[in-house]
Design a protein around this ligand. Structure first.
Ligand code: ZN
Length: 174
């Protein structure tokens, strides 16, 4: 299994520090980690990098603003489900649609899906595109883990109240 850590240098460095700390701990626990710097000036790079790593190894993506516990990473790595995610606290489960913040895509799923079929999209749409793509083609659900993970992503004030969390992302459009 490869833990892929995409990050954009300089974006909310205080938040990213938590991710680096968590991954240093994971590395100490024996995980193989690749730190992947993305350029904010190249919106297609994230998609391209995933395409290049497709069908090579179990892939566990940890984006730069989350701090997963080793407990969570071990649970996801050992999980029998091929598609695993850790929903952010307060996020309502949505079948087939999730984020890439902390997400496992097993090699078996990648092998079932030909690389050219993986859409090349901008990073803003990449998470939903890939997660829908995987669940659509495998006819499988995303298995949701509950072990500890902290998400440091800043939301606009109107998205921070509990009411928004209670209804999930749909509430953000209102
Ligand atoms: Zn799982």
């Amino acid at each position: 299994m490869l833990i892929l850590h995409p990050f954009v240098y300089g974006v909310r460095p205080d938040d990213q520090a938590h991710c680096w700390e968590a991954l240093t701990e994971a590395e100490g626990a024996g995980f193989k980690i690749e730190h992947l710097e993305l350029s904010a000036a190249d919106p297609f790079q994230y998609s391209r990098e995933i395409r290049q790593r497709w069908q090579k190894d179990d892939l566990l993506i940890v984006e730069h603003d989350v701090a997963p516990s080793v407990e969570l990473l071990v649970a996801m790595a050992n999980c029998e489900h091929p598609l695993c995610t850790r929903l952010y606290d307060g996020q309502a489960p949505v079948v087939g649609v999730t984020h890439l913040g902390c997400t496992k895509i097993a090699l078996s799923v990648q092998e079932a899906l030909p690389c050219p079929a993986l859409p090349s999209v901008q990073y803003t749409n990449l998470d939903v595109t890939i997660t829908e793509f995987c669940s659509y083609w495998t006819r499988d659900y995303w298995h949701c883990h509950t072990e500890p993970l902290v998400h440091y992503h800043e939301r606009p004030p109107w998205q921070k109240d509990d009411a928004w969390h209670a209804v999930g992302h749909q509430g953000a459009a209102r």
